[in-house]
Design a binder for this molecule. Structure first.
Ligand code: GLU
Length: 449
């Protein structure tokens, strides 16, 4: 097992002690620190001026009450968060997640990951993340709107085009961004399009933003496969989830010649050996806001729905976990390896447990960590900011071409960094080190702030 360098151990212990109980945050920090031993050996300066300690401490954490009224006239209370993690490279940037599991530790892990991910894109964006323990499931449109308005009533004082630019994440899509942008505009009396990304096209959104995370993951994994002389062509692919990331991962993988045979939601998974009809998944999830079990009902015969269970039991060549954190465990990894998986690409944030990552790496499975493979979403958000700043709107082709170029650059940067640090093919190390060095260099230049 990889261990944290002895010079970094006190830093990790301090993070664990000062952020008690925040398991996902601990996991994310430990994983990055495990990669940094070799960096401080090469550049001892980083260890001397508490750069790593500073990087592990969010610049600002905002926690607030979100009161709202449901359709029955009852007052409901949720907790809102925005963790502004690091602004060395640009305004804080990162999504907002609405899910009952949200707590400060989850938002901190996401904000920490986002900082390095955003650095990897090469765009001028810092890292942040926000959200609420609100569950949008089974809520009416009017309830969603009132919740988003209440959330933004507090959040608006902390964000801005040059300050912090939120976007979507789990439970927050185009509809929620619209309601939040409307409330921001009303409260500030400013048409500040660049304050949020993931907007719809008709009021300042970017073409290809909706597709970008999934498309980007497919571009990254294809490039990774190509380093070994492979491609998606004819490969069996399993994509967990059926939300925004999963849907557009499936679309691009299919375009690249792969055969997606399974996807899932939190209730179960569906297998279709003739190839998942992603347009139907899109209609069920985006159009009707339904459950994935409907897929098998509509398709009948060749599709089967498995309630509960693990989607990773389905044999495949490429696995793309695109649902949520820690969804792919050590046990799942062993099954995937036994079934001959050759590559794993994280579409979600930290979906693979540390034990599972280790099993994949030991078995020689190509492994693309989320902070590199899923950076296409936030990279295209930065392209949306560019378009807003220049009051321009690019074509789909132009935007997708930029996205593809960025993903290839991220891939090549991670691969080159892994090689430079003595472990060719270790994309985890490559992504952590390359992302860290960019943030650290900027922080160092800005002095102790
Ligand atoms: N929530 C997405 C992520 O995890 C996108 C963030 C953004 O576009 O700002 O990277």
């Amino acid at each position: 097992m990889v261990n944290v360098d002895e010079k970094l151990e006190p830093i990790l212990n301090d993070v664990l002690r000062r952020n008690a109980g925040e398991h996902e945050f601990h996991q994310a920090v430990r994983e990055v620190l495990e990669s940094l031993g070799r960096v401080i050996a090469k550049r001892p300066r980083y260890a001397n001026n508490a750069l790593i300690e500073r990087i592990c401490e969010p610049e600002r954490q905002i926690i607030f009450r979100v009161p709202w009224v449901n359709d029955r006239g009852q007052v409901r209370i949720n907790r809102g968060f925005r963790v502004q993690f690091n602004s060395a490279l640009g305004p804080y940037k990162g999504g907002i997640r609405f899910h009952p599991s949200v707590n400060v530790g989850i938002i901190k892990f996401l904000g920490f990951e986002q900082t390095f991910k955003n650095a990897l894109t090469g765009m001028p964006i810092g890292g942040g993340k926000g959200g609420s323990d609100f569950s949008p499931r089974d809520r009416s449109d009017a309830e969603i709107m009132r919740f988003c308005q209440s959330f933004m009533t507090e959040l608006h004082r902390h964000i801005g085009e040059y300050v912090d630019v939120p976007a979507g994440d789990i439970g927050v899509g185009g509809r929620e961004i619209g309601y939040m942008f409307g409330q921001y505009k009303r409260l500030t009396n400013r048409y500040e399009a660049g304050v949020l990304t993931g907007k719809a096209l008709f009021y300042g959104g970017s073409r290809a933003r909706k597709e970008a995370t999934g498309y980007g993951a497919a571009y990254f994994v294809r490039r990774m496969l190509q380093t070994k002389g492979h491609d998606f062509d004819g490969k069996k692919v399993v994509v967990s989830g059926s939300g925004n990331v999963a849907i557009y991962t499936m679309e691009k993988v299919i375009e690249f010649g792969g055969k997606v045979i399974a996807c899932s939601d939190s209730n179960g998974y569906v297998v279709d050996e003739t190839g998942i009809d992603f347009a139907l998944v899109k209609d069920i999830k985006e159009g009707r806001r339904g459950r994935i079990s409907e897929y098998a009902k509509i398709k009948g015969g060749h599709a089967r729905y498995v309630e509960g269970g693990s989607i990773w039991d389905v044999p495949c060549d490429v696995a793309m976990p695109s649902a949520t954190q820690n969804e792919l465990t050590g046990k799942d990894a062993k099954i995937l390896i036994k079934n001959g998986v050759m590559a794993v690409g994280e579409g979600a944030n930290m979906p693979t447990t540390p034990e599972a990552v280790r099993f994949f790496q030991e078995a020689g499975v190509l492994f693309a960590p989320g902070k590199a493979a899923n950076a296409g979403g936030v990279a295209t958000s930065a392209l949306e900011m560019q378009q807003n700043a220049s009051r321009d709107s690019w074509t789909f082709e132009q935007t997708e071409a930029r996205l593809a170029e960025i993903m290839h650059n991220i891939h090549d940067t991670c691969a080159a960094t892994a090689e430079e640090y003595g472990t060719p093919g270790d994309y985890v190390l490559g992504a952590n080190v390359a992302g860290f060095v960019r943030v650290a260099e900027a922080m160092d230049a800005l002095g102790v702030i």
